[in-house]
Design a protein around this ligand. Sequence first.
Ligand SMILES: Cc1cc2nc3c(=O)[nH]c(=O)nc-3n(C[C@H](O)[C@H](O)[C@H](O)COP(=O)(O)OP(=O)(O)OC[C@H]3O[C@@H](n4cnc5c(N)ncnc54)[C@H](O)[C@@H]3O)c2cc1C
Length: 418
Amino acid sequence: MAKDTIIVGGSIAGLMCGIMLKHHGYNVTIFEKEPSKSREGYNAGIKIGPDVQDFLKKHSRVPRDFTITCKAPVKFNIDGKAKPEHKQTMTSTSWGLLVSILRADFDGLTSKAVPIAPKAEERDGNAVFRNGAKVTDVRDFGNSVQVDVEDATSHNIQTVSGDLVIVADGSTSTLRKILLPDVKRQYAGYVSWRGTVQEAAVDKQASQTYAEKFAFHLMDRNYILHYTIPTDDGNVDPGKRLHNWIWYQPLAEKSEGMNAIFTDMNGIRHHGTVPRGLLEPKVWEQQKSLASATMPTDLAQILHSTSAPFVCTIYDLLSPRSVFFGGKVLLVGDALTTIRPNAGMSTTHAAYNCNELEKMIEGKQTPYQWEKAVLSFGAAQQRFAMVIASFGLDSKLVMVWYTIRWLLLLLGQKLGLA
Ligand SMILES: Cc1cc2nc3c(=O)[nH]c(=O)nc-3n(C[C@H](O)[C@H](O)[C@H](O)COP(=O)(O)OP(=O)(O)OC[C@H]3O[C@@H](n4cnc5c(N)ncnc54)[C@H](O)[C@@H]3O)c2cc1C
C-alpha cells in the first residue's frame, strides 16, 4: 500500500525528498508556510555539487539548461591582477531557478523558467503542495504520526496524519525545537552581504573581467566571492546572466554596528536577513565606500551597480539525531545541520540526505544507518566550511586549528569513533 507522507517545508530539501518519494509511489503532501505560490528567491546563487547532480540525473524530468560552469578559482589582488589558484571549475545556478525546476518535477507547477511541466508517470504517487500551511506540532500516534497545520489566512488548525513525516523546515525549524529542544543555533560571528546584478548593467570592462569566473579577493579579515549565475527565470545568455557576489565580514553580536545594519529603511529590526531592497541607504553607502577602498576597481564596480543587495547573519547548527518516533519522523536539510555558506555545501547536504534516504526507501539501509550517514556527512561538511571561512576571516593559527579539528573528525569517522 502506498505510504502517506507529510513533508514540512517546501524549499530545496523538502522538494527533493518529495520528488524522490513520489517516484517511489508514495503519496506526498508538502506543507509550506509561505502563502505565495510562486516563490521569490533571494535572487542569489548556489553551488551545484555532485550530490545535487546525481539527484537531478535520477529524478528530474525537466529537460532544460540551468547551470553555468565558472572557470577555475581566481584570486584577484587590489590592483585587479588575477592569479589562478587551482584547476577545479564551479557549477552554479540560482536558488529560484532550481526551485522552479523542482516544483515542476514535484507537482507540475509551471513558471517562466519551466513553462511546460513534465507529465506524471504511472508508478508515481500523488503529489500535493499546500502553500500558507504552517506546521506547528508533531505527535507520535502509534502506527502513524500526526501534525497540526495552521492556515496562514484563517489561522484555523487542522490535524493531519501520515505514515512518514519528513521535517525540512530550515535552519529555524519549528519541529526541531519540539523534537530536540536543547539544540540551538550559534551565531558564527560574521555576516554575508550578498547581491546580484545583470551583466549588461555593469561597466563593460568590469563585467568582462569577472564574467563566468569564480573569483575571490581577500581583505583584512574579510573576503568576497564572485561567480556568474542564471536569472531566476532561467536566462543563461551572456549579458543577461547575473554577477553574483557574497562578501563575508565579521560583526560582533548585539553590537551597535549590528543593530544599525539589521534595522531596515522602515525602521524594522531583522534578526536573520534584511531582505533585498530594504537595506537602510546610509548603511549600503558605507559598504560601497569600503568596497571602493579595499577591492579591485572592477569588483567594486559590480557592487556599486547592484541595486538590491541584502545581508544575512551566519549560524552553525548541528543536531545529534535525525530519526524520531521509531523511524516515522526524519529531520533533513538545514533543519538538521546548518552549514556555513562559505563552501557552498547546503544544497549538496540536502541532496545527500535525500539520496541516502532513497537507499533506505529501497530497503538497502535501515533508518539508523541512514541517520549515521547523514549525521557524519553533515558534521564533516560543517567543519570543512569552518576551515574555508577561517581562510578569509581569521588568523593563520585559527585556520590551522579548524583544519586539525576537521581532519581529526574525518579520522574519527573512518575509525568508527565519531
Ligand atoms: C526563500 C529562500 C531563498 C533562498 N535562497 C538561497 C540562495 O539564493 N542561496 C543559497 O545558498 N541558499 C538559499 N536559501 C537557503 C537554501 O535553500 C538552504 O540553505 C539549503 O538549500 C537547504 O534547504 P532546506 O530546504 O533545508 O531549508 P530552507 O531553504 O531554509 O527551507 C525551509 C522551508 O521550510 C519552510 N518552513 C519553515 N517553517 C515551516 C513550518 N513550520 N511549516 C511549514 N513550512 C515551514 C520555509 O518557508 C522554507 O520554505 C534560500 C532559502 C529560502 C527559504
